[in-house]
Structures are given as C-alpha cells and as structure tokens.
Write a protein that binds this ligand. Structure first.
Ligand code: PNW
Length: 440
C-alpha cells in the first residue's frame, strides 16, 4: 500500500478571503466607495445585479467566523484590508474606525493562536483614485505606498501581501472589461500593469525600511502554460502566452527586467514602455521575502494561440481542472526564480452546493479537487519546491465578482438570507488533513 503523503510538522495550513467578497457593510463606519461599488451599480456588469453590499456580513459576524477558523484548526488566516475603509478617498489621514475593525480582527486571531496574513489590495480601489486615473496614473502607486505605511504601522502583522493577482486586474479589469473598472483597452491595460508592479515595489520598500523582520511579497496567480499539440506553432504560442500569464509579473519582481518578447508584443499595442522610468525596475525588484502563489488552472494553447480545454471544467468555465499544473508551476518557479519561499495563497473550486435535509453539504467534487492538488503540491515539495504553507480559497462562500453569488468557492456554506454558516463536508475533510498533517 502507498504510504500517506506526510507534510512537514511546521507546514502552515490556512484559508483565504478578501474584503469586498465577504465584509458587506459598504457604507458603514466611514468606508468610502470603491471601484467595485461603482462597477456593480451598472446593470449587466454582475450576474443578477448582485453586489458586495451585504455579502457574507463578515463585518458584523467576524467573531463567529474567527471561531470557525479556530474550529478547523487552521494556523493561518489570509484576509484583505479594504483601502476605502482606511482612506475613504484614497489619500490623507486614516479613518480610525476602519483601522479599529482590522485591529479587532487581528486581536481575535491572536487570541485563537492563528497567524494573520494580510493582503493590502484585493481590487477595491477607492473610487476617488479611479476618478483621477486609477492604475493608469503613476500617482496611484505613490498613494498605495502611503496607505501601506498606515497599515504597517497600525497593525501587528508579520506577513504581508501587496497586490492580489495583478494579472487579473490587467486582464479582467482593463483588457476584457469583465471586472472593475471595466475597460477593454490593451494600451491602457499595460500602463496599469506597470504601475501595479511599481506599487508592489514601493510598499515592499516601506515595510523593509520601517519594520525589519516582517515579510512581504506579491500574490500572483500563475498559470502553467502548455502547447496543446506537439507542433512548433503551438510551442511558440505557449511560450508567448507564458509571457503574458507569468513572466510579465515574475521577471520584473525577481530579475528587475521585463521579458523582452512580451514587452515587444505589448509595445506594438500601446505606450507601456514610455511609463517605465529610470529606477522603476529597481523598485519593482525590491527583494521579496515570500511569494504568494495562487493556482486554479493551466492554459493550453494551440498553434493559433487560442486557448483550448483538454480536461474537465468547473462551474467557473475558465477553470480547467488539472492538478498536475500546480506541481509543474511550483517546480518551475523554484528552478527559474529560486531563493524565495512560496506560500500557496489561493487554490479552490466552485461547485453548485446545497444543504441537504440532514444539514450536510456533500461537496465530494471539491474534496477530490483539494486532495489531488495537495498531492500535486506534496510531490513538488519532494522535488525540491520550497513551499511553506497552503491556503484554500475560500473560507466562506462569497461574492464571486462578475459571477455574483452564483458561484460558491467556500469550504463553509453561507445562506445569504439568514447568514447561517454550515461547514461543508470539504471543511470537515480539510480539518482532518490539518490535524494529522497527512493526506490519506
Ligand atoms: C481569484 N481567471 O480570481 C481571486 O483572487 C479571488 O478573489 C476569486 O474569488 C478567486 O480567484 C476565484 O475566482 C481569479 O480568469 C479570477 O483565470 C479569474 C481568474 C483567475 C483568478
């Protein structure tokens, strides 16, 4: 019989959330509007006209949610701080009530022996900064560093993440128009990309200067990219796609330069290169202490550069289920960008869940997905990938951006009418993995 995969004793098990997706209370205690409030207000942008106005009401129920985290035995909880709660207009003096909320949260975690991991930006840009150009405006990166400094100084947190998935902001927010701010413009998208990376670097510098001993890094969604067939055209297309999915973010951060082939392609479409000023790449390549890796799906492309799906897809149709991709991307990052420990900051699956008459949520598909991905991660670790921990996306069902509440990624079910939480079978399964440190 195959022996169970055993994880190191100090391996960190956790779960992730993001402010706009769970908190609700979007007008309370001085929170200012964000680009997502604006985006949701436009009919047709979000399925069923949903918004994060109430979400999982975590802003009021955080104590109950902290108890859930403790009951699952988790060692780490990754959440995001809503910039418009801290600076309602994106600059100037902090809003005390906003800071107090996250202080209570961090205190509550400490009382339960759970380590916080805080994301500074999970897409809820203060609307006023958007009105001044948003990420296309270099000044937004400076404002971000100022906001980060407020958070660093106010909150007793060791581990920080700067920008959540800059690629998703660039692609969904600026190229495909499916996320806030809803543009479809390659020329503007890659200018925003440079300023997002600059913001990451500026904030990382601030942390290192003010709080030595703490750690910071980006949270990158990495998509292992493969040719769909064995032709030179498909291999070439996969390499190009890898530039847009992965190297465009990894290279500047780890190597202080943009990938040449990708920058050339971008420069045929717009003025990104004009916005790269002397010294910027030095800022962006400020050494990071930890790399947040988010993995959901691979990308297979054919000889025409079109994405093709070769495996089962999830309810989220962009999500092709391919656990081996997690192994491949971890081994590849370890090889090409060595020296920085990795933490899985997101990995998970949307399933059409429901509560059965006996009160259980039987999400076997999610359990199988998590088991297969943990197994792939374990094999990558055996092959030398330095992975410190794993956070499942997500602790709770939540507002799934343009899909509204129609897609449930939680290991805990949320009834949005009563706000009752029910741990799904996957949560109970995960609790056992966490407790035993073993995959059986
Ligand atoms: C991530 N794609 O978003 C986000 O960080 C979470 O907030 C989100 O809820 C989760 O994944 C599930 O979607 C992504 O199209 C959105 O490849 C889209 C893609 C990937 C990640």
């Amino acid at each position: 019989m195959k022996s169970p995969a055993r994880f190191p004793a100090d391996f960190v098990w956790g779960a992730s959330t993001a402010a706009y997706q769970i908190e609700g209370a979007t007008t309370e205690d001085g929170r200012g509007p964000s680009v997502w409030d604006t985006f949701c207000a436009v009919p047709g942008n979000v399925r069923d006209g949903d918004s994060g106005e109430h979400a999982a009401d975590h802003y009021h129920r955080y104590n109950e949610d902290l108890d859930l985290i403790a009951d699952l035995g988790l060692g780490s909880y990754r959440f995001s701080i809503a910039w418009p709660r801290i600076q309602p207009t994106g600059s100037g003096k902090p809003n005390q009530k906003g800071l107090d909320f996250y202080r209570r949260l961090v205190d509550g975690l400490a009382e339960r022996g759970v380590r916080p991991m805080a994301t500074l930006f999970h897409w809820d840009l203060p609307q006023e900064l958007q009105d001044r150009g948003g990420w296309e405006n270099r000044d937004t990166a400076e404002r971000f560093a100022e906001y980060a400094e407020i958070c660093f100084d106010a909150l007793e947190i060791r581990d920080w993440l700067t920008i959540n998935e800059p690629k998703t902001v660039v692609d969904c927010g600026y190229r495909f128009g499916t996320h806030a701010p809803g543009f479809k413009d390659d020329a503007r998208a890659f200018v925003a990309c440079h300023h997002l990376l600059l913001a990451h670097g500026l904030a990382s510098r601030v942390l290192h200067e003010r709080h030595p001993g703490r750690r910071i890094g980006p949270a990158l969604n990495l998509h292992p990219t493969y040719p769909a067939d064995d032709t030179p055209e498909a291999r070439e297309a996969a390499h190009h796609q890898d530039g847009l999915e992965n190297r465009l973010y990894l290279d500047p951060i780890f190597k202080g330069r943009y990938p040449e082939d990708t920058l050339r392609w971008i420069s045929e479409r717009g003025p990104m290169a004009d916005h790269i000023l002397d010294g910027d790449l030095g800022v962006i390549s400020e050494p990071i202490d930890v790399l947040g890796v988010q993995y959901y799906t691979p990308v297979f492309v054919d000889g025409k550069g079109e994405r093709v799906f070769l495996h089962e897809r999830a309810q989220a149709e962009w999500l092709e289920i391919y656990p081996e991709g997690l192994h491949d991307i971890l081994v590849r990052v370890q090889r090409d960008y060595p020296g920085v420990p990795m933490v899985i900051t997101e990995n998970g699956l949307a399933v059409v869940d429901g509560v059965d008459a006996d009160g259980r949520v039987r999400d076997e598909r999610r359990i199988a997905y998590l088991r297969d991905h943990l197994s792939a991660m374990h094999r990558a670790m055996e092959a030398g990938a330095q992975v410190e921990g794993y956070h499942v996306w997500s602790l709770l069902d939540n507002f799934e951006w343009a899909e509204g509440y129609s897609q449930r990624f939680g290991i805990v079910y949320v009834d949005y009418t009563t706000q009752k939480r029910t741990p799904k079978d996957s949560a109970l399964w995960y609790r056992d993995v966490v407790k035993s440190g073993e995959l059986r």
